[in-house]
Design a protein around this ligand. Structure first.
Ligand code: DMJ
Length: 542
């Protein structure tokens, strides 16, 4: 036999992962404890944590909250803000800027200061009454270099964005879009207005945590301070209560007030120790009175559970890779996904993530699950096992096909996969109730990470294809883009008359970043994106 050539790594930068025996602790989980103790007693020069023999080094970043939180609330984060002057946009990035300006034109003209544009009827819809699209889009404008638009929006924030309002907001949605948007805009622009607004808003969300279990209610009135669960239940959604941590932790670091961080980390700790998981997979609901999971036995990576997994990894990155428990929960969950939720479709053998309900597998995958290839690739970039990259590559192909195989080139909200070898059936099956597209970001979000990590230009090409499809089937002539009812009809895609705020906050931002060839533009080594694509700084290790 000829000696085998060493395989070239596919990705651009080799992950910082060394396969060697860990220096301290054991493999059985006791190492985490050892590290936590070290952290309290002394400040090690370098913290190293391990997973099955993989030794992972913490990142250099910005200051850790445990240092800051005791100090004066006047943060100065030059390191986090510094980014070299972006290169002038290339042809594809100009395409994104053009799309953004078209969307903004509609918003500005027909829904200025309101939550969402209804581009067909040329009016607006209100959800929280807090200028949601404008706030969600602030950092995208900054990134795209739209100074005039940014300035005008800033004036609105300064003069019109008032949180002293008798209005119920959803804790999760308002945290990721408003609090996240204000914090990242503060970091990028250095303008303290955004931090003041973020602190005011964060304070108004805090009553949500005053529940018997300290698992927050889903809704809170930011004017009266009354929090409550939805009318029909006292449950909260697991993804919602576990995907507000990046933002609240960062708010504590910036303001010096520990209460935000304590409230959300309490939730993380509680969920870590709860029973009812299946190999790291979590149920979709948790009761705010008992603090226990409810509706046991149903597992999905889609709606109501998705960003639980995303935030395990991202908090670990945010904290400078020192919080071992988060990493361990993430790694166990990925093994759980592999063991219980992965299958291949027929005839194309696409790897997909299905769902499990009381032991029964369903070949159903929400488009929301398409965050996963990107998250896996992000983990590999930060030193996690290279097998994760193989799964990321396969799932990325599937998510692309969920778009590409549709007549409009846009993914349905939910896809079913065929697992039978029958010549009359295709891989991706769409049910009539699921064939809408809400301008969601997950496919292009993952394309961005896959391109950053592998350098393979096909991901840019796929993203460009998707942008063309948005332009062809969702663009409204008078301004704005609209979600559509039918991704399988080029003749009648049927606009639903709504432009979601995440189209500007996330979809167009990830497309712009995907088309950039500059890995330092919001570098993955310095920033971690919240689940609404708002970049927050990575802290330095303690
Ligand atoms: C966004 O608000 C966030 O990405 C969230 O995590 C999931 N739903 C939308 C986009 O699809």
């Amino acid at each position: 036999m000829l000696p085998q050539k060493p395989q070239k790594p596919v990705w651009r930068r080799p992950p910082r992962l060394q396969i060697r025996a860990p220096d301290i602790g054991s493999k059985d989980g006791t190492q985490g404890e050892a590290l936590r103790n070290t952290r309290q007693e002394e400040t090690p020069l370098r913290t190293v944590i391990s997973w099955r023999g993989a030794v992972i080094e913490p990142e250099q970043g910005t200051e850790h909250p445990s240092k800051k939180a005791a100090g004066v609330p006047t943060p100065s984060l030059p390191a986090a803000r510094t980014q070299k002057e972006p290169a002038s946009p290339n042809r594809r990035q100009k395409g994104v800027i053009e799309a953004f300006l078209h969307a903004w034109k509609g918003y500005r003209k027909f829904s200025w200061g309101h939550d969402e544009l209804k581009p067909v009827s040329r009016t607006f819809s209100e959800w929280f009454g807090l200028g949601l699209t404008l706030v969600d889009a602030l950092d995208t404008m900054w990134l795209l270099g739209l100074k005039k638009e940014f300035k005008e929006a800033r004036t609105w924030v300064s003069t019109k964005l008032n949180f002293e309002k008798d209005v119920d907001v959803n804790l999760f949605e308002s945290t990721i879009r408003i609090l996240g948007g204000l914090l990242s805009t503060y970091h990028l622009s250095g303008d303290s207005l955004f931090l003041r607004k973020a602190e005011d808003f964060g304070n108004r969300l805090m009553p949500a945590f005053a529940t018997p279990s300290k698992i927050p209610y889903s809704d809170v009135n930011i004017g009266t301070g009354v929090a409550h669960p939805p009318r029909w239940t006292s449950d909260s959604t697991v993804a919602e209560v576990t995907s507000i941590q990046l933002e609240f932790r960062e708010l504590s670091r910036l303001t010096g007030n520990k209460k935000f961080q304590e409230a959300v980390e309490n939730v993380t700790r509680h969920i870590h120790s709860l029973s009812g998981k299946k190999d790291g997979l979590v149920p979709m609901f948790i009761n705010t009175h008992s603090g226990l999971f409810t509706h046991l036995g149903v597992f999905t990576l889609g709606a109501r559970a998705d960003s639980y997994y995303e935030y395990l990894l991202k908090q670990w990155i945010q904290g400078g890779k020192t919080e071992t428990q988060l990493l361990e929960d993430y790694l166990v969950a990925i093994e759980g996904i592999k063991a219980h939720l992965l299958r291949r479709s027929e005839p194309g053998k696409l790897v997909f993530v299905g769902e499990l309900a009381h032991g029964r597998f369903s070949a159903k995958m929400d488009h929301l699950v398409c965050f996963l290839p990107g998250t896996l690739a992000l983990g590999v970039h930060h030193g996690l096992p290279t097998e994760h990259m193989e799964l990321a590559l396969a799932l990325m192909e599937t998510c692309y096909q969920m778009n590409h195989q549709m007549e409009t080139g846009l993914s349905p909200e939910i896809a079913h996969f065929n697992t039978f070898s029958r010549p009359d059936l295709k891989d991706v099956i769409v049910k009539p109730a699921d064939r809408h597209n809400l301008l969601r970001p997950e496919t292009v979000e993952s394309l961005f990470y896959l391109y950053r990590v592998t350098g393979d230009r096909k991901y840019q090409d796929w993203g460009w294809e998707i942008l063309q499809s948005f332009n062809k089937y969702t663009r409204v002539r008078s301004g704005g883009y609209s979600s559509i009812n039918n991704v399988q009809s080029t003749q009648k895609p049927e606009p639903r008359d709504k432009m979601e705020s995440f189209f500007l906050g996330e979809t167009l931002k990830y497309l712009y970043l995907l088309f950039s060839d500059d890995p330092d533009l919001l570098s993955l080594d310095h920033y971690v994106f919240n689940t609404e694509a708002h970049p927050l700084p990575i802290w330095s290790p303690v």
